[in-house]
Structure formats: structure tokens, C-alpha cells
Design a protein around this ligand. Sequence first.
Ligand code: ATP
Length: 568
Amino acid sequence: MSATDSQRMEKIVSLCKRRGFIFQSSEIYGGLNGLWDYGPLGVELKRNLKNYWWRVMVHERDDVVGMDGSILMNRAVWKASGHEDTFSDPMVDCLLTQRRFRADQIEPQSGTVLHFAGAVDEKLLRETFDYTFGDIDELKRRELEEHYRQCKSLDDLTKHPNADVREFAKTRLGQIARPIRLDEPFSVLLPKGKPPESARKIAIQYYQQRGLANPTVSGERTEKVENTTRYNPENGSLLTEPRSFNLMFKTYVGATEDESSVTYLRPETAQAIFVQFKNVLDVSRKKLPFGIAQIGKAFRNEINPRNFTFRSREFEQMELEYFCRPEEGMKLLEYWKEERLRFYENIGIPTNHLHVLTVPDEERAFYSKGTYDIEYDFPFGRQELEGVAYRTDYDLSQHQKASGKSLEYFDEETKQKFIPHVIEPSAGVDRTVLALICEAYSEDEAPDEKGKMETRTVLRFHPRVAPVKCAVFPLLKNKEPLVAKAKEIVRLLRPHMFVFYDESGAIGRRYRRQDEVGTPFGVTVDFETLGEKDVALKDTVTLRERDSMKQERVAIKDLAAILVSRIS
Ligand code: ATP
């Protein structure tokens, strides 16, 4: 991430907290990594996004119905879907800091590796020798000294050829609690241009952590490496071998905590759709192609939650399973990719800010015939917002096999019975909310109270998703007729949209506060509204548009219709 991008991200995170979009979960207790709470404005933004998704994916279509499945399901679902065995990520730990990484997210690095055979605490070795063997007779001491000089290690003293000396050394050494020498190999990657001393420092820290107070590294050798992912990119330390880590949160249903009561918090919403396929088909009497849509929470014990809400451990998904005949699959995959790009355009994320990645064969699930990732350029890099996957008949076949219940579709016209194929557009609510905020965030210049230009922070949300649609201000709060009129307008607009009333502070400051949270329209009730200056202007208000800051005079009776047409 470049310095400006990281600054921009910092400003966004700070605005989110300051204005009540997103807070760290359990913040007063120090938080819990990968978990977030949405504040008063964040929840509105999120709701608007989900409502619009539901509107275009369900309400505006004849071929999609909705459902709302439970988060906990029979464990058999997760066995059949393959999640219990394979829903895992490879993880590695830094041997120095114990920081955990997803092995497949480590950027390949090149440089020189310094391998060390171990380390010894020379000072302690000498002191211990003197202390341990200081009181023995001269002859034995000389023998030990000589041997010690050769082997340079107290442990090696126990390998002395003289059994008497060997036993004596063993007994005495057994009384020494602190480690003196470690024969554990360790390696550090030295990026090009860095001095070897920095790698030795890391190795010294490692052996210190393992219990040596003053380690001197030993058995050093170097090796040139290209594109390795075995080292921590932050400090060069060797990582553990990758181990696979199941991302599902395990829990127990009922009063006994044993194997028979195990299940998982769902890691995706889709499986509830697959296992209810037959019920929904029967009640909705839909013909292929048709879809089942769902919005709901999903949980993944992510190894490395990061980038604000982008990778969380609890998040929401908006998923559609669109069932079709096998021969329609590839065409519908293209159709849904286009539909989904249109969706983003309609909420204010233009297609030219998105990237469609065709997931290569080797990275696609084995059952998928084609997958697109829709990616967005976040300040922290290009990352996936949504996956559109052609999953063939894999999921329904698995559940049919495991449950023994038919999940086939009967085609009345051809009298054929078959398991439908499915296209799955699967979007993340939280990632889209974050993309909306990143896309909307901007700074420009606007005049302050005295006409002096100042930097204005503005969230240029599309009115459709903006948390507050319209703010209503009486010009002065101590003029009762202005306040009464403004409150009357609030009552008039509330059935149609979320409105915010604000009477405190100078009008310019009130506008600025609304710009900062992305309110697209501001209505000001002034003396003209009361007809004091010009009767022709009675019952009109100033309508200000956030982005252009243009103001127009609008009759109160037309206000709701004008705003509704600009918002929906
Ligand atoms: P990634 O590769 O980023 O882990 P994924 O390919 O595993 O994501 P899917 O299983 O395809 O993700 O899930 C569909 C959508 O759910 C993603 O496109 C994303 O929007 C959302 N999603 C998945 N994991 C997370 C998460 N940890 N936090 C927030 N949203 C998520």
C-alpha cells in the first residue's frame, strides 16, 4: 500500500468511528480481532444495501424467491457439502513472533538465507564451568578443562572417555537449570541489500526466546533463494511448515458437549438453500431456470483478519443460487456476471472501478465449470467483492447422496428427471459497505461561514444507499415559526425516507456535518418559507444538493415527490 493509500485508509477508518459507521466489537474490553459493530449510520448504509439487493434480486424478478435459513444446521450438511473435511486454509506461524499467516497469502521473496545450526551462551558456559567444577581436585579439573576446550560445550563433557569423569559431569550438569546451548537450527531470510548482521540479530532474538540469555550463533552458512514463501515478510524469520486449519467455528447443540452434539456456525449461507431446494421448489411452483436468494450471517475463523472489515470473522453474505438446465449453465454464468456489474454501477461503484477476474482452472473448485471474481480497488489493494461461480450439480448431488432424499427436478414438458445445475453470485455485505465508503470518500474545497475556502470531507454516496437521505434545518433555532415549519417538513418526509433534523450551530456547519456522512440533500427553512419577504415564496424551501452544493427553491408540497424520484 502506498503512503497516500494508507493515509486515505486511515482517514476512512477514523471517519467511520468518529461519525458512527463502524466500531470495533467489544471495544471497552480491548476488542476482539476480526469482529465489528455497525453504529447508527453504518447500520442504515448496510440496510439500504441489503434492501436494494433484495429489491433487484427478488422483488423485481419473476424467477427468484427468497428464504431465510438458520445459522446452525445438522452437522450432516457440512459433511456432505465437504466443509468438514476441506473448508480450511493453510496456516504458518512465525518462529520468532508466533504471528500467524495464511500460507497462500505470503508474497514470494528472494534473497540470501542465513542458516544457523544453533547457539551457545559462552559467558554462562564459562561461569558455569568454573562454578560447577571449581571445587574438584586438580587432576580431574585439568582433565575436564582440557576436554571442555576441545568440545566447547558442557553437554559434551558427559561424553568424556573416562567413566568416572563422565558420571561426575552428568551429576553436576543435572543441577544446572538454565540452558547453555541449543542445537536447534534456525534460518533468516536476508532481503537484497540488507547487512547479514540484521539476520544474526533476528537469530539472536530467537535463541533468547528459547531461553539463552547471551546467545552466540553457531554453524552459520548461507544459501541464495528465489521466490520463497517460507519466511516472515516482516522480519525474515523462518515460518513453520504449513498446517491446514479448518475455518468453521465448532459448537455444541444441547446440554452435552460431546461428538454427537457437534455442529458449526455456518461459513456460508448457500447450504441452507441447497438443502431446502425441494421444499422451496414445491411451494413456489417455479420452473427452471429459477433462483433462491438469501441474506444472512456467516462465520469463518479467519487465520488473519485484516484490512478493517474486509476480512472479518463474522460477516454477512447476499447469495443467490440460480438453478438451471445443464446446457444453460455457461450462458447464465455470463448473464449473472453482467447483472452483478450493473448492480454495483447502480449503487455508485462504476464498472470501470471494478475488475472481473476469470479464476484460472487450477484455482477453481474441481466441480466448477467457470468462476469470476468481481474485484474492487480498495486503498489496500485489488480484492474480491463477490464471486460468481458455476457450481454445476455438485451441491445438490452431494446432498441427495448423503440424505438419500431425491433433489431432482421433473421437467413436465420433456418428462425428464435430473439434478439442476446452479450459478451462484455470492456477495459480501460488509465488503460492499467498505467499498461504498472507500468509493464515496473524498475531500474538496468549500467556503466556510466567512466565505473562506476550507477542506471539506464528503462521502459521495449514491442517494440510494446514503444512510440519511435528507437533512432538515430551520435557519435559526430560536425562531419558533421556523422550527415549527421544519418539524412539519420532517413529519411530511418521514414516511418516505430516513430524515435527520438538526437545529444546532451555524447553517454552514450543519451542511458540513451532513456532507461528512454523505447525506445527499439538505432542506433549509428560512424567512422566505414563512412568506415574510415575498409572498410568492411562502411555503417554499431551499433544497441543497451535496455534491454540487447547488441550491434550488422548491415548494414544500412537491418536496417528497422530488426527493423520492432522486433517491430511488
Ligand atoms: P477470500 O478468498 O477473500 O477469503 P472467498 O473466495 O473464500 O474469499 P467466498 O467463499 O467466495 O469467499 O464467499 C463469497 C463472498 O463472501 C466473498 O466474495 C466476500 O464478499 C464474502 N466473504 C468471504 N469471506 C469473508 C470474510 N472473512 N469477511 C468478509 N466477507 C467475506
